[in-house]
Design a protein around this ligand. Sequence first.
Ligand code: 5RP
Length: 219
Amino acid sequence: MTQDELKALVGRAAIDHVVPGTVVGVGTGSTVNCFIDELAKIKDRIAGAVSSSQKSTERMRALGIRVLDANEVESLPVYIDGADEIDHHGCMIKGGGAALTREKIVSDIAERFVCIADASKLVDTLGRFPLPVEVIPMASGQVARRLRALGGQPRLRDGVITDNGNLILDVSGLSITDPAALEAEINQWPGVVTNGIFARNRARLCLLGTAEGVKTLEF
Ligand code: 5RP
């Protein structure tokens, strides 16, 4: 099976985790796009969706799915999103699509994070995928210096402005052995909006697309 077929497979499988009659949290990316296409087929059975990006919002609205503002809901039973990497504890690197901040906000509202990913995303240690860090523009130089002091090599993502009007630094060269500690450390620096480590809001379930079918990992 191709990577796209695996993404379609887990996008379909995620429908079983949508709670009928409720609002669902929806992430961003090519895997989530497969999920959104499936969600459109059952749009009359859900109360709507809270979106983590302009791109997902536009796709859902084009398919007739009702999109609510995050402030209109008090809780979400489930948040469904992809990942750039996921480890064997459900910790992830996210933000390849530059939507990490809103993804973190929506996942924080949700009771349960269900990750959908093809098998290439499963890793022993996070960090081969460059870690995205969303920064307020005037802080990018100082945050980059701090990241270098940690042993990383930050690179400004060319031509990208986030939905929140900020910049993304992609940091390679980090071997993230303690995801929760590094997430907390980087997040406290002035000018950092958030970083792409999802350890505090890690996945509770991963639907992993493999050549043998969908594998369910529980954390
Ligand atoms: C966007 C994300 C995505 O979930 C992540 O980049 C995975 O994307 P894809 O499903 O296209 O591989 O974090 O900010």
